[in-house]
Design a binder for this molecule. Structure first.
Ligand code: SF4
Length: 433
């Protein structure tokens, strides 16, 4: 049985207890939210490692995506990226490999880290089709279900599966005269090409019950993929994207009713004034399924800095109620991320998630403590409260003057030093002490 089914029967699973303890919530609240699908726990029954809850009332979680391409496929580098993602605080990891030994990379990553691992099983199915049948459009539909089953059996905790693409949405894409930025989801564009070539419905939509049945068997979380997410600001919230979201929300409910843990994926590229509306729609239409935002990237003109454009979107998304954020690295739109890009992406996304949680969860304690530590120039405390203590220590050490207690930013003009001792008695009895 899945976490959802067990919770719905009134069982308090070990995973529910762990999520409640980690998040500082009542066990009963977590259990009720798992039972109603508002919280998911990606804990494949074949790979029980770190427990992570995603959803209502929980800290916004950060996913780091790694994976080979057809041009650069190096198992050791992907394992290194996975370890860096874990080291710098990602909550989950997606292996999006499409090149080289896809299965070998996935297995090595599953062994190397304790985070829940997600995949997009379509990638491997299409890669096999290209190799075996000469083209992705020649893929036998059955291969999709075989890949979902195989990856579930290996212990994959959640999967982005593009069930929400159907003939109607493809027709809408045509009627709206395509898009400024085209289709940018690999799974989405390959699926559309397959449907157009074969003149057939998307098998993952047509046989959604089969997808649910496989995912349930391993208690993997079905993440309803955003194949029509906008890849350009000018395409955001167009009819096709919203139509797919509507279908995905409906499927999230259907899957949940059958006992499968589900979540819905969101954009993509989006201007900041449209973020809240997307979140409100997803939450209302899906019955509050966890919302997994990909980025989102908030301008198209900052290649090299898309970890920042996405962090802006992620902070707003989190503050408006998004539950799960997929990081973006500085190499987005330019090339395959290297290990140093993974660190940048994870930290940027963690900062954004925290900024959102300050509003969404009123999680302000750490900031208050940091303020006091800064005023009192308690450097060790500042480092211990920092999202990336290593970076903070490096900068402090490089720009010091030999006195580890002072700061060279203002030097003898240090505002804190000038007023030291003058207001201490006024703070008596206050938590400002
Ligand atoms: S020197 Fe300036 S930046 Fe550094 S602690 Fe003092 S006031 Fe802050």
């Amino acid at each position: 049985m899945t976490q959802l089914e067990r919770a719905a029967k009134g069982e308090v699973t070990e995973e529910i207890k762990a999520v409640a303890a980690i998040e500082g919530l009542d066990i009963e609240i977590v259990q009720r939210r798992v039972a109603s699908g508002k919280i998911v726990i990606p804990s494949n029954s074949n790979r029980r490692k770190r427990v992570v809850g995603i959803g209502k009332g929980l800290r916004t979680k950060v996913n780091a995506s790694i994976g080979s391409s057809t041009e650069i496929a190096d198992i050791a580098m992907e394992v290194e990226k996975a370890k860096i993602a874990e080291q710098y605080g990602a909550d989950t990891l997606m292996d999006l490999s499409v090149g080289g030994n896809i299965e070998g990379i996935r297995k090595a990553v599953l062994d190397a880290i304790s985070l829940p691992v997600g995949t997009v099983p379509l990638y491997e199915a299409f890669a096999i089709a290209i190799e075996k049948y000469g083209a992705a459009v020649n893929m036998p539909a059955e291969l999709l279900f075989e890949m979902i089953e195989k990856q579930c059996s290996e212990g994959v905790g959640f999967m982005a599966i593009h069930c929400g693409i159907n003939k109607r949405t493809v027709e809408m894409l045509r009627k709206q005269h395509y898009r400024y930025g085209g289709l940018v989801s690999k799974g989405g564009s390959y699926m559309v090409a397959w449907m157009e070539h074969n003149k057939r419905e998307n098998p993952l939509y047509e046989h959604f019950d089969r997808v649910v049945e496989i995912m349930k068997r391993y208690d993997a979380v079905l993440s309803l993929g955003n194949g029509f997410r906008a890849g350009a600001i000018h395409d955001a919230s167009d009819r096709v994207q919203i139509q797919e979201m509507l279908i995905n929300c409906e499927l999230a409910e259907l899957g949940r009713e059958q006992g499968c843990q589900t979540m819905v994926e969101g954009p993509g590229h989006i201007p900041i004034n449209e973020i809240e509306a997307n979140i409100i729609m997803e939450k209302k239409m899906s019955g509050e399924s966890p919302f997994y935002m990909l980025g989102p990237i908030t301008t198209d003109i900052a290649p090299g800095y898309d970890h920042i454009t996405a962090a802006i979107g992620a902070a707003l998304s989190s503050s408006f109620g998004a539950d799960f954020i997929c990081y973006v690295t500085p190499s987005e739109h330019l090339g395959l991320p290297f290990p140093e890009d993974v660190r940048e992406g994870v930290i940027a996304s963690r900062i954004a998630a925290h900024v959102g949680d300050m509003i969404k969860l009123k999680n302000l304690h750490q900031d208050k403590e940091m303020s006091k530590a800064r005023r009192n120039m308690q450097w060790d405390k500042q480092f211990s409260l920092a999202i990336d203590p290593e970076r903070a220590k490096e900068i402090k050490a490089k720009r010091g003057n030999g006195d580890e207690h002072s700061c060279t930013m203002c030097g003898k003009f240090c505002a804190n030093d000038i007023l030291r001792g003058m207001f201490e008695s006024d703070m008596a009895g206050s938590d400002k002490k």
